[in-house]
Design a binder for this molecule. Structure first.
Ligand code: 4AD
Ligand code: MG
Length: 461
């Protein structure tokens, strides 16, 4: 292609000096002085803009046409030293207007709230925040793949449409081809399902874990990385209806082994973002979270806390802090409790381990005490839970009992149960929410702003 990335030119400014280049992008701001016009051009290849200098006397067209926020242009010119030491800019010899941008362009040069930007997902990508967010998300995703690939994990694509409910929380989006009127005509649910596409209840997956376990029982070490869906009606800044999960599953691994993998992975991917996105992290530090860089560096450099659930309850009870939700052994930790523990007590990531079995999922390995399961959540300051993790129950009878206690439909899990019948082995895995770690890494406080399109209840742009 004839166009060179702005990132490429800015990175190798010295080498480009004196060379003729062609770039293309969108004008972020335009500035006028007596004889000259200056355009700040962004092509999305990096956060920084390329300054384009136009000699008005030599410009053949109407310069006011290109001096508008949002217009797209291609520019041919010579790379020269800029005023600022070490920087380069382009002395334009030819500017071509590719697409005009009328005055009602919503992204004029002023402050825009995140709420306002959510109303224009098609344009908010052209702001620095979303430019930086999307690049970090891309680098983070690639680092996740690298981490697992370098360690011999096989990347598995688990189905999006499933007949099971991994988390059993009733948050499944139903998948059906029955139209509204057919549904009304159905006698009852069984009749509705019988006439449906699959002839049984189907939904969008809430987690690739159950199929991931199937793959791990042959491939040993696997990971999934794909979209998962939950009809979470809770309107919080941390819950999305569609989000990406990374779910490794490791045969022969016990809880401490999988905790070790989770910790190494978090350190690795955060280290990668620090190394590969220094400008973006500096931007987020300035715009969203003071001290962000140091916080992330500390995560890379120090080990996480491992805290028994029972101890966490003790700490919360003795804290004297006022919580909205009750603190009692046997109750789940609410977001306020999680944040108290990681923010007020430890100020670093914390693995809370061995939760009461009643509040956790059916598939988790039951501990000897008969009361807890070998499960852990990784909590981080500012966000709360980013990872849900457990050793899986590998014993057929114990698993069956846990499922029956929860009133689950055993027919939907025949294949899953067979893993415990034919060559069962201890195994463990976890799920990392990509949007949650994105919030932690960028300091962006609302999950709606770490996705290209926000996907939350009542909101489908
Ligand atoms: O804790 P969860 O529900 O665990 C599972 O789904 C397991 N099957 C994972 C496994 O062991 N393979 O979800 C895992 C993570 C959470 O810690 C959180 O980061 C993220 O997925 N998550 C959400 N992220 C955004 N919006 C939601 N509604 C989320 N629900 C879970
Ligand atoms: Mg969880």
């Amino acid at each position: 292609m004839q166009f060179i990335d702005v990132a490429e030119i800015l990175k190798n400014g010295e080498a480009f000096k004196g060379k003729t280049v062609t770039v293309a992008g969108w004008v972020r701001t335009a500035r006028d002085s007596k004889n000259m016009a200056f355009l700040a051009l962004n092509d999305g290849s990096c956060l920084r803009h390329m300054q384009i200098v136009i000699n008005k006397a030599e410009y053949k067209g109407d310069v006011s046409q290109i001096m508008k926020n949002g217009v797209s242009v291609s520019v041919e010119g010579t790379v020269v030293a800029a005023l600022k030491e070490g920087d380069v800019e382009i002395n334009a010899t030819r500017v071509e207007l590719l697409g005009d941008c009328p005055q009602d362009y919503p992204l004029q040069k002023k402050y825009h709230s995140m709420e306002f930007l959510r109303s224009i997902p098609q344009l908010r990508v052209r702001t620095n925040t979303f430019n930086a967010m999307l690049r970090v998300r891309s680098k983070l995703s690639f680092a996740i793949h690298r981490f697992f690939q370098e360690r011999g994990f096989t990347y598995i694509h688990t189905p999006i449409i499933t007949g099971s409910d991994c988390e059993g929380a009733g948050e499944i989006f139903r998948v059906t081809t029955n139209g509204y009127t057919d549904a009304m005509a159905a006698k009852d649910e069984a009749d509705f399902v019988a006439h449906d596409f699959f002839g049984r209840k189907a939904g969008l997956t809430v987690s690739g874990q159950l199929e991931g376990e199937v793959a791990a029982m042959a491939m040993g070490k696997i990971y999934t990385f794909g979209p998962t869906f939950r009809a979470e009606n809770s309107n919080t800044p941390r819950h999305a209806a569609e989000f990406w999960q990374v779910e490794p599953e490791v045969a022969f691994a016990k809880l401490p082994d999988i905790i070790e993998i989770a910790q190494s992975m978090i350190k690795y991917i955060i280290g990668a973002v620090l190394a590969e996105c220094p400008e973006e992290i500096a931007f987020f530090e300035k715009a969203f979270e003071p001290g962000l860089r140091d916080k992330l560096q500390k995560v890379v450099d120090s080990d996480f806390v491992i805290l028994e659930y029972t101890e966490a309850i003790d700490i919360l009870k003795k804290s004297g802090a006022k919580f909205q939700y009750p603190v009692e052994w046997g109750l789940d930790l609410q977001s306020e409790h999680e944040r108290y523990i990681t923010e007020q007590v430890f100020n670093k990531p914390v693995f809370v381990v061995n939760y009461p079995k009643k509040i956790k999922s059916f598939y988790m390995k039951q501990n000897e005490d008969g009361k807890t399961v070998a499960a852990t959540d990784l909590l981080v300051p500012g966000v709360g839970e980013i990872i849900g993790c457990s050793e899986r129950e590998a014993d057929f009878d114990k698993l069956k009992q846990a499922m029956e206690e929860r009133g689950m439909n055993m027919e939907d899990y025949v294949g899953y149960m067979e893993l415990r019948k034919y060559g069962s082995v201890p195994h463990s895995g976890f799920g990392l929410g990509l949007e949650r770690i994105m919030m932690y890494v960028t300091g962006i406080q609302n999950i709606r702003d770490v996705q290209l399109y926000a996907r939350t209840a009542g909101d489908l742009m």
